[in-house]
Design a protein around this ligand. Structure first.
Ligand code: FAD
Ligand code: SIN
Length: 529
């Protein structure tokens, strides 16, 4: 049943990862849905997810334990209600993924678990459902197959959302300005057109591309955070960029080496074979991610190294091959055999813990605009996300957002009339290419007041050099460049303002955590012009 009349579709979904697809599949049961994505539908952070999805599944585990592990990793900034809601929502989300065709690796039935449950850093229990070592690829396969079968769901590739379309606060919209869709750039002919909808879901993922070394694919430019901020939505906690401890360090390739390797006993070693994690945390290799990443950084600095080594050679080669086929194959392609030799690794930017502020229905501060997945800030992650809680959050929140958006879409009398093309302010020049290096150096794993100030000044210079958008068609590079610059500015601003160290934000000039002054979110809202 497609009920749209004055709108291009009832629901507009921006992004084809786990959050966007799951929302769209549900919404398309009873309404018309357009899902657009800026590249191929498969090109998402979700597709590269390795370790898996955290969920209380075995009889030996409990919701309480998962909640406590999440709160501990989040270093005092999680919202307890968000943690409880999302952790408790796990089994429903897993059932939905399985119903849609996702096949997780099976166990032999030990401990009441029908699935093989992996272990990762910061978790007190084995609770990671996975599809060998490429869980996200399997989830994407299942969701794309399910989505392709739905007549009400139109998927448009190579369509880059440029800006949100905020409708006038006229009588037709109940006197409130609301999101009525987005302006979209077609990569084929560089035309920009409005796409209107009753409700819009922002599911644009993360911003790893802000940094020179990252596990994220090229699509992760922080577009959703930048668009939402420009539209006046509240964004928060952007200083909490999570660095994954172990990305392959090799001139020919760099990709994630899943925490599940450490969950299965892999050790971190210096070049001479000495393990070092016990010196940093009692959980050693399975300490929360911020601690492991900083420990590696410290050892690299102390010994003047480019990398340390991840060693799983003590496990049976057959086991390693069977459990981690993707990692083994990709390492062998560059001449490293993980079953026989330690793998060179270094930390890389991985996950945006902050984002567009939402409540537990996925609603943002702009009526008609929802956000789910990595782009959103629900309060689950606090200052540091617990491993494999991201896919969990994306799935649970996509379902919850749909439950709420369905109500809102048809309850409110909204109008899409009077929509004009955007007044595009400015676009960055090519210097924006400097942003990832500048962020790595000034706002990376270990920060300082001076480094952050230097990054801030350099970003201001880049901003000043913007040329007015007065000639030629807008290009995807310009849009992504503008977004990277905007999000970099917001990250640095947030990091400068937080005068303490907590979770993924570590500043050598204020190395302690200060709950009396800083146990609060860093919320930013663009001043009305
Ligand atoms: P994504 O899957 O990133 O999808 C975003 C979508 O938005 C893409 O389709 C993109 O093209 C589109 N998009 C972006 N901007 C625009 C725009 N302007 N216009 C149109 N489309 C746009 N988490 C876990 O919980 N467990 C793991 O094991 C795990 N492993 C990971 C491994 C890697 C290598 C990486 C990079 C991340 C991993 N994560 C993991 C994190 C997790 O994968 C992501 O946080 C999660 O998949 C995000 O899902 P999403 O739907 O929010 O966004
Ligand atoms: C990994 O497999 O190490 C990634 C897990 C995550 O990012 O949650």
């Amino acid at each position: 049943m497609a009920v749209s009349s004055q709108f291009d579709s009832d629901f507009l979904v921006i992004g084809s990862g786990m959050a966007g697809l799951l929302f769209a599949i549900n919404a398309a049961k009873a309404a018309s849905v357009t899902l657009l994505t800026k590249a191929a539908v498969t090109e998402t952070n979700t597709a590269y997810a390795q370790g898996g999805i955290a969920c209380v599944w075995s009889t030996g585990d409990s919701f309480q334990a998962h909640v406590e592990d999440t709160l501990r990793a989040g270093a005092g900034l999680c919202r307890r209600e968000a943690v409880e809601t999302i952790v408790h929502g796990g089994p429903r989300a897993i059932d939905e993924l399985v119903r849609l065709g996702a096949r997780f690796s099976r166990a032999n039935g030990a401990d009441g678990a029908d699935y093989d449950l992996g272990r990762e850093g910061g978790h007190s229990q084995r609770r990671i459902l996975h599809a060998r070592d490429l869980t996200g690829g399997e989830i994407m396969r299942a969701l794309i197959e399910a989505a392709s079968a739905l007549p009400n769901l139109q998927i448009l590739e190579n369509q880059l959302a440029v800006d949100l379309l905020i409708g006038p606060a006229g009588a037709g919209n109940g006197g409130v300005a609301r999101c009525l869709g987005a302006y979209v750039l077609d990569r084929a002919d560089l035309s920009v057109r409005p796409h209107t909808a009753r409700v819009t879901l922002l599911a644009t993922g993360g911003a790893g591309r802000l940094y020179q070394n990252t596990t994220n694919p090229a699509v992760a430019c922080g577009d959703g955070v930048a668009m939402a901020y420009r539209a006046g939505a509240a964004v928060a906690n952007l200083e909490f960029i999570q660095f994954h401890p172990t990305a392959l360090h090799h001139p020919a390739d760099s990709f994630l080496l899943s925490e599940a390797l450490r969950g299965e006993g892999a050790r971190l070693r210096l070049p001479d074979g000495t393990p070092f994690m016990e010196r940093y945390h009692q959980q050693a290799e399975l300490a929360p991610r911020d601690i492991v990443a900083r420990a590696i950084y410290a050892e690299m600095a102390r010994h003047g190294l480019d990398c340390v080594y991840l060693d799983i050679t003590h496990r049976e080669a057959d086991f390693v091959q069977r459990r981690f086929p993707y990692i083994v194959e990709r390492c062998r392609a560059v001449g490293i055999d993980p079953t026989r030799e330690p793998i060179p690794v270094a930390p890389a930017a991985h996950y945006l813990c902050g984002g567009v502020v939402t409540d537990l229905s996925g609603s943002t501060s702009i009526p008609g605009l929802y956000a789910a997945g990595e782009v959103a800030m629900t309060g689950l992650h606090g200052a540091n996300r617990l491993a494999s809680n991201s896919l969990l959050e994306a799935a649970v929140m996509a379902l919850r957002a749909y439950d709420a958006a369905r109500e809102e879409a048809f309850a409110v009398q909204v109008k899409a009339a009077g929509v004009a093309l955007p007044a595009l302010d400015s676009t960055p020049d090519a210097d924006v290419e400097e942003v990832p290096r500048l962020m790595w150096e000034g706002a990376g794993i270990v920060r300082s007041n001076e480094g952050l100030e230097r990054a801030s000044q350099r970003l201001s210079l880049l901003r000043e050099r913007h040329r007015p958008f007065d000639k030629g068609p807008l290009t995807p590079d310009e849009v992504e460049g503008e977004n990277l610059l905007t999000v970099a500015e917001l990250v640095v601003r947030s990091a400068i303002s937080r005068k303490e160290s907590r979770g993924a934000h570590y500043n050598v000039d204020c190395p302690s955590r200060s709950d009396s002054s800083w146990q609060r979110d860093t919320v930013l809202v663009r001043p009305a012009s």
